[in-house]
Design a protein around this ligand. Structure first.
Ligand code: SF4
Length: 345
């Protein structure tokens, strides 16, 4: 399948039709910058070549199966169906700052099996392709166009572990930052990982200006292993060395999801402070979106605030995050898991 994301194939069609480069630029702008639909994008090309483009290029790689808009805030959850029938999800966030963000998926399911994550319970099916990763952004931009908005920030924090799909994730990063395509600044993109040291090193040396977020969630090895089985393969000590090296390229984000009685005790706080001592990081304290089938409970807000205040008093940069879109099942993988169950019954 040749898609609009296959730049070499597009160039081949351009060349055999002798389309002037400036017309191709208008065509790319119509698709990637103005988020026009296919017909409007084709209209910028000479009439006699449109049929060839139309016949040989697939404009849309994912089918938007469902859209859920939050009634309590400005989040939208999008469920996409892949050509082979799998469901993935993206979440569009419209914060008051006006900087529209999208949280995108990088895999169908996930092999990491984190205990708090609905996607982790599905197991791994396959990596998403470059076209499937980018189509989440393109389609979100098309959805936002009537609102006069567009995606300003991209976060790889949806389904899947992006650093276990480095080939396609890295190619998508190149295309997101390409001035001829999406032209997103590196500083507006974040890749989040459970901590795969080799891939983290490759990522930070290749893309020093793209943000790295580490889902740490505990600085106690035994607790972290219970929360994230992947921690057995890459222990905290090894990840700390990688973190120190990564932080030479800039501040690393630390994600800390707070679970009642699991990682919110005084000893968890102390371990976290000791672990991150001397590394330039920004810590995000994240609430847990409870979902059916999980017996985990989130730490209440007052205790999360206290935890964050202690970290701030110790000199750390901390942001207390609030959950957006909790009424539309915004916990990663939750809605897709529900849909899969529905289709089996
Ligand atoms: S939290 Fe991320 S890495 Fe862990 S199972 Fe879920 S999708 Fe995979």
């Amino acid at each position: 399948m040749t898609t609009i994301y296959d730049i070499e194939a597009l160039e081949e069609i351009r060349s055999r039709n002798a389309v002037q480069p400036h017309r191709m630029k208008l065509f790319r702008n119509a698709l990637f910058k103005s988020s026009n639909d296919w017909k409007d994008a084709l209209a910028v090309l000479p009439e006699e070549v449109r049929a060839d483009f139309d016949e040989h290029i697939t404009f849309q790689c994912l089918e938007m199966a469902e859209r859920h808009d939050s009634e309590i805030d400005q989040a939208s959850k999008l469920i996409f169906k892949t050509h082979d029938g799998h469901l993935i999800e993206s979440v569009v966030l419209r914060p008051k700052s006006g900087r529209i963000s999208i949280c995108i998926s990088s895999q169908v399911g996930c092999a990491c099996y984190c205990s708090f994550c609905a996607t982790g319970k599905m197991g791994f099916t396959r990596n998403l392709t470059v076209a499937e990763i980018l189509d989440q952004i393109t389609q979100a931009n098309r959805m936002l166009k009537p609102e006069g908005r567009s995606i300003r920030n991209v976060v790889f924090m949806g389904m899947g572990e992006p650093l276990l799909n480095t080939d396609f994730v890295f190619q998508s990063l190149e295309m997101m930052m390409d001035p001829k395509l999406y032209d997103l600044a590196a500083s507006r993109i974040t890749v989040s990982t459970v901590g795969i040291p080799n891939a983290m090193e490759e990522f930070t040396s290749t893309y020093p200006d793209v943000h790295l977020a580490l889902s740490l969630h505990s600085a106690v090895q035994e607790v972290r292993q219970r929360m994230m089985p992947q921690a057995r393969v890459y222990p905290l000590e090894q990840i700390r060395e990688t973190l120190v090296a990564a932080s030479r390229h800039g501040k690393v984000m630390i994600e800390y999801l707070m679970l009642a009685g699991v990682n919110d005790r005084p000893e968890d706080l102390q371990a976290l402070e000791e672990y991150l001592q001397g590394i330039p990081v920004h810590i995000n304290i994240i609430p847990f979106n409870e979902y059916p089938g999980s017996n985990l409970r989130g730490t209440p807000e007052a205790e999360r605030t206290q935890f964050a205040d202690h970290l701030k008093a110790s000199g750390f940069n901390v942001t207390l995050r609030y959950s957006l879109g909790s009424d539309i099942a915004a916990a990663c993988g939750q809605l897709v898991q529900h849909k899969q169950k529905e289709s089996r019954t």
